[in-house]
Design a protein around this ligand. Structure first.
Ligand code: HPA
Length: 263
């Protein structure tokens, strides 16, 4: 057993002890600057106390695991995402996903900030991910057919009256720098609708582990070259904060509509 695997076992023992048999059916992993107000918090633990948890180094990614309820359903909320651009191997980037699976939770919701490429994807809108393109190769060994659960997505669309949501293709780039305007033009020609630096490695691992995946890109900015302003992390964090109330509303639907069957 390598150190990641033994960290995983210790972490899951610790969290299963905290959960005390009351196992959530959904885990939510949040990205850059995003926060969600749970209805009830049972307990929370700083990521630094969880063995093996790869700690975030980027501003806006506090590391914390919280168990609570959202819209009457028990959930596990994981804040503290790490990225391939932090020099962390892809499998460790997905530590949180492995941990969720180890806890026996089969439904995962992945939330990431992203830049909007398609015309209607302006800040504050939300794009449910139906598929993705990778600007750089990834190793995760998923069945590449259907990473994102179409039935789950359709049920959320049907339930989410009044929210600015649409579906689209997420382009994953390794970062950490934002794209050039020419790259955005190229992504658009290839069918990409929004661009971000996370979500896809985790989605591929979750799918490879047999989990059901629902993913949403919170549009925090127009992608590079598509607006006049200068694109930067501070703007992304500000827009993520502004989106919080709508993100929470969407997540209530995502949790309520999650698949009932365990894998
Ligand atoms: N590009 C890449 N990642 C992002 C962006 C973007 O425009 N916005 C938020 N995350």
């Amino acid at each position: 057993m390598n150190s990641t695997q033994s960290g995983l076992k210790s972490a899951s023992r610790l969290l299963l002890g905290c959960l005390g048999g009351g196992q959530p059916s959904v885990a939510i992993v949040l990205g850059s600057g995003l926060d969600v107000q749970l209805d009830k918090n049972y307990w929370e633990m700083p990521a630094s106390e969880i063995p093996g948890f790869v700690l975030p180094t980027v501003d806006g990614h506090t590391g914390r695991v919280t168990a609570g309820t959202l819209g009457q359903r028990d959930v596990l909320l994981i804040q503290g995402r790490v990225h391939c651009y932090e020099g962390i191997p892809e499998e460790n980037v997905a530590f949180q996903v492995h941990l969720v699976r180890e806890l026996g939770i089969s439904n995962i919701v992945l939330v990431s900030a992203a830049g909007g490429i398609r015309d209607d994807l302006d800040p504050g809108s939300m794009m449910l991910v139906e598929d993705h393109l990778c600007a750089q190769p990834l190793q995760a060994n998923a069945e590449r057919g259907a990473v994102y659960d179409a039935g789950w997505r359709q049920r959320v669309i049907a339930a989410s009256d009044g929210l600015r949501i649409s579906c689209g293709v997420f382009v994953w780039t390794i970062g950490p720098s934002y794209e050039t305007p020419a790259e955005i033009v190229a992504f658009e020609r290839r069918g990409g609708n929004a661009v971000g630096m996370s979500l896809v490695p985790e989605a591929l691992w979750a799918s490879a582990l047999g989990m059901r995946v629902f993913a949403v890109a919170i549009i925090t900015n127009r992608a590079s070259g598509l607006s006049k302003g200068r694109l930067g992390h501070a703007e992304v964090l500000r827009a993520a904060l502004d989106a919080q109330a709508n993100v929470t509303k969407l997540l209530v639907h995502a949790v309520a509509q999650s698949p009932k069957l365990h894998v």
